[in-house]
Design a protein around this ligand. Structure first.
Ligand code: XMP
Length: 421
């Protein structure tokens, strides 16, 4: 089985641990973060080329660091202790990797793709594999990578729950069915979801209904396909760290609609488990996935359903879909799409008075939301130019007849959240 050179990073809870891991990877050596109290036996199993203690004066005492280091000495392996300031450490990092640990530095996204393809083939054999494709970056890259390994043994299921943005379902079909020639089961479940969600206005209730229904639809489709042993999941490294590999990690507050229950009896294939988001994007580009998918802003699993405040109707969905498409089109045109974390429209369940062609109108407002962020835990309102804001507002009120007003949400997170529900 292929094996990478690997540096193990013992996390003492500092802010720089992930940054150290990335710097090592950028130097061509795979790195993995583990809690500082990992047992010596587990380290031996992982066979790293060297160990870095990413210490932090904030969270762990100097005595603890010294104790851990003393224990590791019996491994007879190169050890480096980094002080908080990783920026100043690149030279010593290089010296450690290439002089002390004798690394060659061949880790790259090309080598990762080759290794993953070999591993997937070995694991799967002749079995059938299933993937819940959402059209987001992670599931798309995972699906294409697995497809490259096992071709038609993979079937992707895409569920159109009716809360997608304009043109999204078509884009998924064009990319995965036509461009990549993948087996794609496209489920039009719009009516089924709308029936379930009608009359529901509580946000958590909406999430629950959509999540449960998604699993039902997926199970139905999986059953039709006969014996399937493996399921592809687009788990990425931050998910792994958040679920408790690091110390002091935060617990994820949102679950993707694609989060399937464990009792479905599949073995998991998670080819992106080791990768940070920018690495996932690089893999996607190397696999030829269109930039529009690779660089996509995050989009919540329940989609437009949590951007219509209160009760959802088919009419409201169509109003929001049109307004949202205008927002994204103008943001793209202004060249700002990539520098904004998320930009979208929200439809509240209120109406206000306006005037059009000398007639009084009584119509919905659209709330425009655009934020900058690094990890969605905190966010700041994006300072969009006034001309752009005006262009978006003018287009929406002209092109979407049920809307007569556009407002811009300038709240940060906290105290606001990115989404309105
Ligand atoms: P908030 O609104 O809490 O959102 O600031 C933080 C990030 O999570 C996304 N989000 C969700 N993603 N299912 C998801 O898959 C959800 O129910 C959900 N709710 C929020 C949100 O778009 C932002 O990126």
């Amino acid at each position: 089985m292929p094996k990478y050179e690997m540096i193990l990073i013992l996390d003492f809870g500092g802010h720089d641990t992930q940054s150290i891991a990335r710097k090592i990877r950028k130097l061509g050596v795979y790195s993995e973060i583990v809690p500082y109290h990992i047992s010596v036996e587990k380290i031996i199993i992982k066979k790293p080329q060297g160990i870095i203690l990413a210490t932090s004066i904030d969270s762990v005492s100097a005595e603890t660091v010294a104790e851990v280091k003393a224990e590791l000495l019996e491994l007879d392996m190169p050890i480096l202790v980094i002080g908080e300031q990783v920026e100043k450490e690149v030279e010593s990092l290089k010296d450690f990797l290439f002089e002390k640990c004798h690394c060659v530095g061949e880790w790259s996204m090309d080598s990762l793709i080759q290794v993953q393809i070999a591993l997937i083939r070995e694991k799967v054999g002749k079995s059938k594999v299933l993937c819940a494709l959402s059209g987001g970056v992670d599931s798309s890259v995972a699906a294409v990578l697995v497809h490259k390994a096992i071709g038609s043994q993979l079937t992707c299921v895409f569920v159109d729950h009716g809360f997608l943005r304009k043109g999204e379902a078509e884009k998924v079909k064009a990319t995965f069915q036509e461009q990549f020639q993948m087996n794609l089961v496209f489920v039009d479940a719009r009516e089924r979801f709308l029936q379930k969600i009608t009359g529901v206005s509580d946000p958590e209730q909406k999430r629950k209904i959509i999540g449960t229904e998604f699993i039902r639809v997926f199970e139905d489709e999986a059953q039709k396909l006969g014996q399937i042993d493996f399921l592809v999941q687009g788990t990425v490294y931050p998910d792994v760290l958040e679920s408790g590999t690091g110390i002091g990690g935060t617990i994820k507050s949102h679950h993707n609609v694609g989060g399937l229950p464990e009792d479905m009896g599949f073995q998991l294939i998670e080819p992106l488990r080791q990768l940070f988001k920018d690495e996932v994007r690089e893999v996607g580009r190397k696999l030829g996935i269109p930039e529009e998918i690779v660089n996509r802003q995050p989009f919540p699993g329940p989609g437009l359903a949590i951007r219509i405040i209160g009760e959802i109707t088919a009419e409201k969905l169509s109003i929001l879909r049109e307004a949202d498409a205008i927002v994204l089109e103008e943001i793209r045109k202004a060249g700002l799409y990539d520098s904004i974390w998320q930009s979208f429209a929200v439809l509240p369940s209120i109406r206000s008075v306006g005037v059009k062609d000398k007639e009084r109108t009584y119509a919905y407002p659209i709330i425009l939301r655009a934020v900058t962020s690094v990890d969605a835990m905190t966010a700041t309102c994006a300072r969009l130019p006034y001309v752009l804001l005006e262009q978006i507002a003018n287009r929406i009120v002209q092109e979407v007849p049920q809307v007569n007003r556009v407002v811009y949400d300038i709240t940060s997170k906290p105290p606001g959240t990115i989404e309105w529900e």
